[in-house]
Design a protein around this ligand. Structure first.
Ligand code: AVJ
Length: 320
């Protein structure tokens, strides 16, 4: 009997159970909603990587360019021998920019909910940076994260405007948690998408190739596969629009007709036009970034943006 196989099976069934509970609870809410973290199964993660390459989706390439341009400056500001702690380590492209720019980096600690993802990222980084101590942490960055075992000064990294997925109270709670984890001499590099022309925002979430729609509807596919659901993918549509009053993109899947769907043995009725919320993507400006920093007892040391002011990378330092 192989212990690691048992462990993996257990982790997978625990993940599926969490998904089942969240979906049944979310479909019983009015309005209905399913938390965004469930969009990232293997296929969802691959579709998200495709989104990052879309001409309309300026976020990833803009942030990456800012980090490239500012890497040396970030390295000087952070100083030698710190530990880099990444919240929700996606593709490691951006982390590599920092790993290479931080002088005498002591530790790289990626935090992610996916054990498989973490193992793959850690293996590649250990291969490419043999001197780097990689300490993966399997946890939800919103939940309690176990302390990172290092005496080095901690530099947090939360890129990609993932903070935008969080509702204001959750975002403040994330900032307080990050501040506690990073400590009194810690710092946090935060990537945030900025408010801009609503049409530009709209287009970023309604791409002409339909990849964002496939990303949203993949959640139905995942429910069909993992929860024995009976969603007809042709009977639902992706919907995304900018709500200027709330400064956020709102994303849903919408029922195209009256229909019933079975999910994990339970029946759910959908009226034509009824929507299930899957994501918010909050957009920030100088004032809301400042308020966010203060809510976690951080102060803004520097804000870097691209020439068109699409995206901001903010360097925050812990404050007492
Ligand atoms: C990963 C949350 C930053 O809000 O832009 C992209 C997710 N959803 N297209 C975003 C997303 C649809 C993305 N974040």
């Amino acid at each position: 009997m192989n212990g690691s196989v048992l462990t993996l099976d257990y982790a997978e069934s625990a993940d599926r159970e969490e998904f089942r509970r969240a979906v049944l609870a979310g479909l019983s809410l009015r309005p209905r909603a399913i938390p965004p973290k469930f969009l990232y199964d293997a296929r969802g993660s691959a579709l998200f990587d495709e989104i990052c390459e879309l001409p309309e989706y300026y976020l990833t390439r803009t942030e990456t360019q800012i980090l490239r341009d500012r890497a040396a400056e970030i390295g000087r500001r952070a100083g030698p021998g710190c530990a880099l702690v990444e919240f929700g380590s996606g593709s490691s492209v951006k982390s590599r920019l920092l790993i290479e720019a931080l002088p005498g980096l002591a530790v790289y600690a990626p935090i992610d909910i996916s054990r498989d993802h973490l193992d793959a990222v850690a293996a590649r980084l250990r291969r490419d940076y043999p001197a780097l101590q990689v300490e993966p942490v399997c946890a939800d960055f919103m939940g309690p994260v176990p302390a990172i075992a290092t005496t080095a000064r901690k530099l947090g990294f939360f890129p990609g405007s993932t903070i935008g997925n969080l509702e204001p109270e959750e975002a403040r709670s994330f900032m307080r948690g990050a501040r506690a984890l990073l400590g009194d001499d810690g710092a946090l590099i935060l990537g945030v998408d900025l408010k801009k022309d609503p049409q530009r925002l709209h287009d970023a979430y309604n791409d002409s190739a339909g990849v964002t729609a496939a990303f949203t509807l993949n959640l139905l596919r995942r429910m069909n596969r993992e929860l024995h659901a009976t969603f007809d993918l042709a009977a639902f549509a992706h919907e995304a629009f900018y709500n200027a009053a709330e400064s956020r993109i709102e994303i849903y899947f919408r029922s195209l007709r009256d229909q019933s769907v079975m999910v994990a043995g339970r029946r759910f009725d959908f009226a034509e036009g009824e929507r299930v919320h899957t994501e918010y993507s909050y957009k920030y400006d100088t004032a809301s970034i400042e308020a966010l920093a203060q809510s976690g007892s951080f102060r803004i040391a520097t804000t870097w943006t691209d020439q068109s002011g699409l995206f901001a990378v903010v360097y925050l330092e812990a404050e007492r």
